[in-house]
Design a protein around this ligand. Structure first.
Ligand SMILES: Cc1cc2nc3c(=O)[nH]c(=O)nc-3n(C[C@H](O)[C@H](O)[C@H](O)COP(=O)(O)OP(=O)(O)OC[C@H]3O[C@@H](n4cnc5c(N)ncnc54)[C@H](O)[C@@H]3O)c2cc1C
Length: 381
């Protein structure tokens, strides 16, 4: 549509005017700490120009952009080499959750600072004994006058070391006898900068520390900062997860294309492209990425995408990226030494995490087995 082309020009021009070398290409999976202050400043400029809340409704201070425009934005953003966003947990997960299920007071309190990227967020779901089995969280919160008081431990909390707030899934009452365990959980908004919260970085395979252990020792948050009704936080927690994926997937795939193009250039340059087996794998990666992108664009355009589609997409892209990491290691091994070996090693190492976070691939296959194939439900409550 003509309006969409004008929109594409608008974002292109903004990026051309605002993207600087200090943030170009910075950040991304396994590189979240890279140029962080500069990326934060860039995110705030992006926000001031109204791009961060493109998908938010106008009534909540967003631009109410169509899906086509959101796709265009993410395409152009990724193509320009703009940095990985530091605000994605807040703007794509917390903001939409509060718009759907938060109270008017919570919306007034949090949406403006989310939109301007003045406050950063982290996600406090996983615990040492509760990951895939999220209903098993044991962090507790009890009311003490006007405050919730939290005790317990979260783990793998991405970006907790820079976050101002955390949305925490905590047990506020025991489940009914014999009833589902997710009853009695609440979704609390907890300030991170307080004496009762300790953040301990976890060193990853890549050598960096992007996620953390978070300890709550009588940490406090205001009584009115529970989203939805106390004890009914499971629905809110699931709503947040549903917002995690969307039009941004398109930008992610443009990043994949860039990685593949760079790997092909590396294979040409270091002589590995002469190996028939590697040539065939590179061609295969290109075809698979085209299929992935076509599938994503097609399902984004459907009014009601198949229920298990997010699981299918997660399985496809994680397998693709792990395959690319393995291919990169073989391209490096089969040719002359390359200058950017570290970049490919990091991609290879970090891609091991792809099949774990955001719901592990075993869990996604379980969903496909049940919802697409109609197989009997697995053994869990
Ligand atoms: C890079 C990264 C960032 C993360 N960021 C966050 C964050 O910001 N906030 C947060 O709360 N969490 C975060 N996580 C945690 C992530 O959500 C969990 O790691 C994930 O849910 C898996 O839980 P777990 O690690 O406890 O593994 P477990 O659930 O213990 O699983 C162990 C293994 O058993 C398999 N398994 C478990 N249950 C089943 C089943 N029913 N059927 C078949 N197989 C099964 C799993 O697939 C896995 O292979 C992050 C993880 C990573 C790797």
């Amino acid at each position: 549509m003509a309006g969409d082309e004008a929109f594409r020009r608008e974002i292109r021009e903004w990026l051309a005017d605002n993207l600087t070398d200090e943030v170009r290409g910075a950040g991304g999976p396994g590189r979240e700490n890279e140029a962080f202050p500069q990326r934060l400043a860039f995110a705030r400029r992006l926000a001031a120009a109204g791009w961060t809340t493109l998908a938010w409704p106008v009534g909540h201070g967003g631009r109410g952009a169509s899906l086509a425009q959101q796709v265009i934005f993410h395409e152009e953003y990724a193509r320009s080499g703009a940095p990985s966003r530091v605000d994605h947990i807040g703007t794509t997960m917390v903001g939409p959750t509060l718009m759907e299920l938060g109270s008017p007071e919570q919306q007034r309190r949090f949406l403006p600072a989310l939109a301007s990227v003045d406050e950063l967020w982290c996600q406090g779901y996983s615990e040492p004994g509760a990951g895939s089995d999220l209903a098993g969280v044991t962090t507790r919160a009890r009311l003490d006058g006007d405050a919730w008081v939290l005790t317990g431990q979260k783990v793998w909390t991405s970006l907790a070391h820079v976050a101002d707030w955390c949305f925490v899934l905590a047990r506020t009452s025991p489940p009914d006898e014999g009833g589902p365990r997710h009853r009695g959980l609440s979704y609390l908004l907890v300030p991170m900068r307080q004496p009762g919260v300790t953040v301990r970085p976890i060193r990853q395979l890549t050598g960096d520390s992007e996620f953390n252990e978070v300890f709550f020792d009588d940490a406090r948050t205001s009584r009115d900062l529970v989203v939805g009704r106390p004890g009914e936080g499971w629905r809110v927690a699931m709503a947040t997860l549903a917002y995690e994926r969307g039009a941004a997937t398109v930008g992610q795939q443009i990043g994949f294309q860039r990685d593949l193009d760079d790997l092909v250039a590396l294979a040409r340059g270091n002589g590995a492209a002469a190996d028939p087996h590697l040539r065939s794998r590179l061609a295969r990666a290109s075809v698979d990425l085209t299929v992935l992108r076509s599938h994503t664009l097609r399902t984004l355009s459907l009014e009601t995408p198949p229920q298990a589609n997010p699981s299918v997409v997660k399985l496809l892209w994680t397998r693709w990226r792990q395959g690319l990491g393995e291919l990169a290691m073989d391209v490096l091994a089969c040719g002359a030494p390359a200058a950017d070996t570290e970049r490919w090693q990091r991609l290879f190492l970090f891609s091991r995490a792809d099949t774990i976070y955001g719901g592990s691939n075993e869990i996604q296959r379980g969903i496909v087995a049940e919802r697409v194939l109609g197989l009997p439900r697995g053994d869990r409550r």
